[in-house]
Design a protein around this ligand. Structure first.
Ligand SMILES: [Zn+2]
Length: 260
């Protein structure tokens, strides 16, 4: 309890001065790089990741966190989040919703060009587990198409998929795995969707990371509270000794994992 209280208090103080942190331009790169690393994964080794649903997750050391953002891209929050990540030289994975990508393809490119991994989150954000398989498959394919088209021929999306609401069926899993796409669940939930107050996003994320010890953290880049919270969440993670891991696809095959 005392720990949580200190987070809330520090968050309350910090939330008054967000620009100081967000405007920083990684003045100490060596320190930043010592707090993060990149791992390359392929579906044959890591087909299903995230211990809330699956037995396996990414091979992370204690205290290592993979930041993931679902549902975007949208302005102004996705660019705000990019700014906060850049200020700390942190790379993340964005699971993009096709409909939002179709409306703002330049934001998808902006995320990619900032060095982050760009994966898929369906087209319409329907609950795929409640759709007939053919419709679910179509929605996933449209989502992949929207992201791929937005990125254009020179940028390759990561073969990573996370289901809306984390709801998926065995049939959908088989379909995605047949396309060499890694299916992501989560290890820790910020529950940012439920919070309007950025302090609550920081507090809950840290509590969940504290419980999990390491792993994939779920956030949403369409949320104003998340965008405001992120500089402080990164600061709090640093203060508590957490390090970030950027997950990229291991591109050994010519298709990069997106076989038809
Ligand atoms: Zn979602």
């Amino acid at each position: 309890m005392r720990l949580l209280t200190s987070i809330v208090i520090s968050g309350a103080i910090l939330l008054g001065t967000p620009n100081n942190l967000a405007a920083s331009d990684c003045p100490n790169n060596s320190e930043a790089s010592s707090r993060s690393r990149t791992i390359a994964v392929k579906p044959s080794k890591f087909p299903l990741v995230g211990k809330q649903k699956y037995l396996e997750t990414l091979r992370l050391n204690e205290g290592e966190v993979v930041l993931t953002f679902d549902d975007g891209p949208v302005a102004p929050h996705t660019p705000e989040i990019l700014k906060a990540l850049a200020a700390e030289c942190v790379k993340a994975t964005f699971f993009m919703m096709g409909l939002n990508v179709a409306e703002a393809p330049h934001l998808a490119r902006q995320v990619f060009d900032a060095g982050h991994s760009v994966g898929f989150h369906s087209f319409s954000h329907a609950d795929l587990s409640k759709l007939p398989f053919d419709k679910a498959k179509k929605d996933i394919e449209l989502g992949i198409e929207a992201v791929t088209e937005a990125l254009g021929p020179t940028r390759r999306p990561a073969p990573f998929f996370r289901a809306p609401y984390l709801h998926i069926t065995k049939e959908i899993e088989r379909f995605l795995l047949s396309r060499n796409i890694i299916i992501w669940d989560i290890d820790a939930d910020s529950s940012d969707w439920t919070f309007a107050n950025p302090e609550h996003v920081v507090k809950n994320s840290m509590a969940e990371l504290g419980k999990a010890g390491k792993g994939i953290l779920l956030l949403h880049d369409i949320k104003a509270a998340t965008a405001r919270a992120l500089p402080f969440l990164l600061w709090e993670m640093k203060r508590r000794g957490f390090r970030t891991v950027h997950v990229v696809p291991e591109l050994s095959s010519a298709s990069g994992g997106l076989a038809p």
